[in-house]
Design a protein around this ligand. Structure first.
Ligand SMILES: Nc1ncnc2c1ncn2[C@@H]1O[C@H](COP(=O)(O)OP(=O)(O)OP(=O)(O)O)[C@@H](O)[C@H]1O
Ligand SMILES: [Mg+2]
Length: 236
């Protein structure tokens, strides 16, 4: 793991994330020149995650207790595995998944990127892929010069995956159904932590995704329902 000098991340608003983990900026900015030091792991992973988080959500902080608990669980499992293996750093490899449900604009994507940012500063290594379901289908459409299967594995095998807006397409096609099944089945079988958001309710989700996908989601995911109004209206 590369050493990231503390000065490189000045200007990033990591303090609220650290505070919610009971950590401090002094800890994060620990100048010790040890790439395996948890503070350096946190800086390295945060700098990677900062490239994945869209500009709009760059300051997102999660407010859901269930998301904090999910992060606690992933961190604890990673540390246990590190202790058992005597590994130099702790890394998230397996864990439960979450399904954030709620209507348009309640804050699902905000919560998801908040969780991604928060997990990044814990000192545990995380490797994310992040996409909306629609962007993923578009990236996987067979076309000349692109190996769709290699692209698919980027999502399928990602240590952590944020899959935003699952089920948003009103008319599933054979193609999207196959992608959904292969993706969710693989992540289910390998216990790969996946953060899924959807703005349709549970019943409709079953109709759009089919029984086999929803059955797996039910077992692998804790469901969190976000309530409230469209925050975009409020902002406007
Ligand atoms: N806890 C929060 N604090 C401050 N702003 C928030 C919070 N949650 C959401 N927002 C803001 O409210 C708006 C809507 O949030 P977001 O984009 O996460 O909604 P969404 O549920 O993902 O909507 P959609 O279903 O349309 O994708 C955004 O501008 C977001 O930054
Ligand atoms: Mg969203």
């Amino acid at each position: 793991m590369q050493y990231i000098p503390p000065a490189n991340l000045r200007g990033h608003d990591v303090e609220p994330l650290l505070t919610s983990r009971g950590l401090t900026l002094d800890w994060f900015n620990n100048p010790e020149f040890d790439p395996h030091h948890p503070a350096n792991v946190a800086r390295f992973i945060y700098s990677e995650v900062a490239n994945l988080v869209p500009f709009h959500y760059r300051t997102a902080v999660s407010s859901l207790p269930q998301l904090h608990l999910w992060i606690d669980g992933l961190v604890a499992t990673a540390r246990e595995a590190q202790a058992q293996r005597g590994a130099p750093i702790a890394a998230v490899n397996v864990g439960p998944s979450l399904l954030l449900l709620g209507s348009v604009g309640v804050g699902k994507t905000h919560e998801a990127y908040g969780a991604m940012r928060e997990l990044a500063v814990t000192g545990v290594s995380t490797r994310w892929a992040a996409t909306t379901a629609a962007d993923m289908y578009a990236a996987l459409r067979p076309r000349h010069g692109v190996d769709s299967e290699t692209e698919f594995r980027r999502y399928r095998d990602a240590r952590l995956l944020l899959l935003d807006d699952l089920g948003a397409d009103r008319k599933p096609t054979e193609f999207t159904e196959e992608i959904n099944f292969r993706l969710i089945n693989h992540r289910y079988e390998h216990h790969l932590p996946t953060l899924i958001t959807s703005n349709i309710d549970a019943e409709e989700l079953r109709a759009r995704l089919g029984d086999r996908v929803t059955s797996r989601l039910r077992e692998m995911c804790q469901r969190i329902a976000l309530k409230g109004d469209d925050r975009r209206r409020r902002a406007a």
